[in-house]
Design a binder for this molecule. Structure first.
Ligand code: CIR
Length: 267
């Protein structure tokens, strides 16, 4: 991969407007779902935050048939040198890939497809300067992860498999890259071998969802309602953009899932 810039330097992103069916988005427990208006409001502020961070954002129309399709991070992976179409690991989301495929083919000269029968969700995939980490989870199986390593290598990158703690939806639900040397995670992932060589910041107990932050250029998007994590990030010198995630958290989502981001001239 001809990437000489930071893996969190982006000038392009794709997002998808929530559909009214987002109120039926997947969630692990029997909590009430979000309201459409609440998700829409959080999404609009998120788009503004991306634009304020210097990213050109393409907004795709809503897909009523896919309640979780606002989470465009999951059906594909994008890099400066190409894109990879994934196979999401839950039946209601598998066909989101076909919806995003033509959009990516318009923008990237190389678009690879994850070979069958493996499955992988973008939420399990973390870009780091040392290579891509692929968390195994209920959504990303070993066959999918190994096939994905092959695809990433074809694009000139490297990747390795990591473990996602039990009961956690995605690897990045519980961890994120903050800068070239630092990751933030829940206590459950703090000792992960995948993070050897990284400085580690651990979110306080009770603030686990705050581990899903999104570094975009010189700012860090973080959930607005985890005050102890916000204070740690501030003390560590990060330029934090607090964003409300109350509604999307009701369907097990965080800040990284709502965009596909890359650096390129292929917007
Ligand atoms: C799902 O279960 O697929 C959605 N309700 C949430 C997806 C969140 N995506 C992500 O963290 N990358």
């Amino acid at each position: 991969m001809s990437q000489t810039r930071s893996v969190y330097e982006f000038n392009s992103a794709i997002v998808r407007e929530p559909s009214t069916s987002v109120v039926h988005g997947l969630r692990a427990d029997g909590r009430d779902g979000p309201t459409y208006d609440g998700v829409k409001a959080e999404h609009e502020i998120y788009i503004s935050a991306l634009r304020n961070a210097g990213v050109a954002v393409t907004v795709l129309p809503p897909l009523e048939a896919f309640p979780d399709s606002i989470f465009v991070e999951d059906p594909a992976l994008v890099f400066t040198d190409g894109a990879i179409l994934l196979r999401p690991g839950t039946p209601s989301r598998v066909n989101e890939t076909a919806e995003i495929a033509p959009i990516l083919r318009e923008r990237f000269a190389t678009v690879l497809e994850l070979p069958a029968p493996g499955q992988a969700d973008g939420g399990d995939i973390m870009y780091t300067p040392k290579g891509v980490l692929i968390g195994l989870s209920a959504r990303t199986d070993r066959i999918g992860a190994e096939a994905l390593i092959g695809c990433i290598e074809r694009l000139g990158g490297k990747a390795q498999v990591a473990e996602t703690p039990k009961g956690v939806l995605h690897f990045k639900t519980a961890s994120s890259l903050l800068d070239d040397e630092t990751v933030i995670s829940t206590a459950a992932l703090a000792g992960a071998a995948a993070f050897d060589g990284f400085r580690r910041i651990v979110v306080p107990n009770g603030e686990e969802p705050a581990a899903n932050v999104l570094r975009v250029n010189d700012v860090v998007f973080a959930s607005a309602h985890y005050p102890r994590t916000l204070e740690i990030l501030d003390t560590e010198g990060y330029k934090v953009v607090p964003l409300k995630t109350v509604e999307i958290e009701k369907i097990d989502a965080g800040l990284s899932c709502m965009s596909l981001r890359w650096y390129g001239n292929n917007k």
